[in-house]
Design a protein around this ligand. Structure first.
Ligand code: CA
Length: 238
């Protein structure tokens, strides 16, 4: 994905959309933007292709004839960390929060334009890939994050983090020592500039803490600052 900033953003895009006119128009338009596009009309035909083809990004319509889009999203997340942009007809905050919590990377409200979708694709790819010139390995104490492979090693042991847990840790690690507000975390990890719930951050933080072998009460790396946010620091030697 080194070409992202050269203006030629090319991605392998997999579309799941049952509405034939939308699918055709979107496919054509994304190809015009230089993407490689594969499309499927049902969730169950798309799922194996997502696993086998390993696209750079998946555009998932939530209103599919065979399986509920949220179920497809969960199934995709159980086998893949591919970025997923969901297209929903419902401009409903609780529904959008639910989708983001299920692991969607971004969303568009129908009807959307191809230009909007292309911008979302670029943004998602930029977040998924290592930004050029950025330090690919971040080390904080016994913790090492590889931004490109998305691997996290703690004291020599590879951790199994979900996509959101990794993103959360990476945002904190890039700003090591700094208190990052929950509002900033919602914006950077969940792309929610407004309306996000602190609870989303709290839940993921608690999962992350468990994997790092610490608790809010006995922190090592992740220190909450009440009413402000959270800070990642190198643990002090006891
Ligand atoms: Ca549909």
């Amino acid at each position: 994905m080194g070409g992202l900033y050269a203006g030629a953003t090319m991605a392998d895009v997999l579309i799941v959309e049952d509405d034939e006119p939308i699918r055709t128009a979107l496919t054509r338009s994304l190809r015009d933007h230089g993407h490689i596009v594969t499309s499927f009309a049902t969730g169950m035909t798309a799922l194996p292709a997502i696993v086998e083809r390993r696209p750079d990004v998946v555009l998932l319509d939530l209103g599919l004839p065979d399986v509920d889009g949220a179920s497809i999203l969960s199934m995709v997340r159980s086998v893949s960390t591919v970025p997923v942009i969901v297209a929903t007809a419902r401009d409903d905050e609780s529904e959008i929060v639910r989708l983001l919590e299920l692991g969607a990377d971004d969303y568009v409200i129908k009807p959307f334009t191809a230009a909007q979708m292309n911008a979302r694709i670029r943004a998602v790819l930029r977040r998924a890939g290592a930004v050029e010139g950025e330090e690919p390995i971040i080390t904080v104490g016994g913790l090492t994050l590889d931004v490109r492979s998305r691997e996290v090693v703690l004291d020599g042991v590879l951790l199994e983090l979900t996509r959101k847990e990794f993103d959360l840790l990476m945002v904190l690690a890039r700003r090591v020592g700094e208190v990052v507000t929950k509002k900033d975390l919602l914006a950077e990890v969940w792309q929610m500039a407004w309306g996000g719930s602190d609870r989303t951050v709290d839940v993921h933080l608690s999962w992350l803490r468990r994997k790092l072998g610490e608790t809010a009460k006995a922190p090592k790396y992740l220190h909450s600052v009440r009413g402000v946010g959270v800070r990642l620091v190198e643990p002090t030697v006891a």
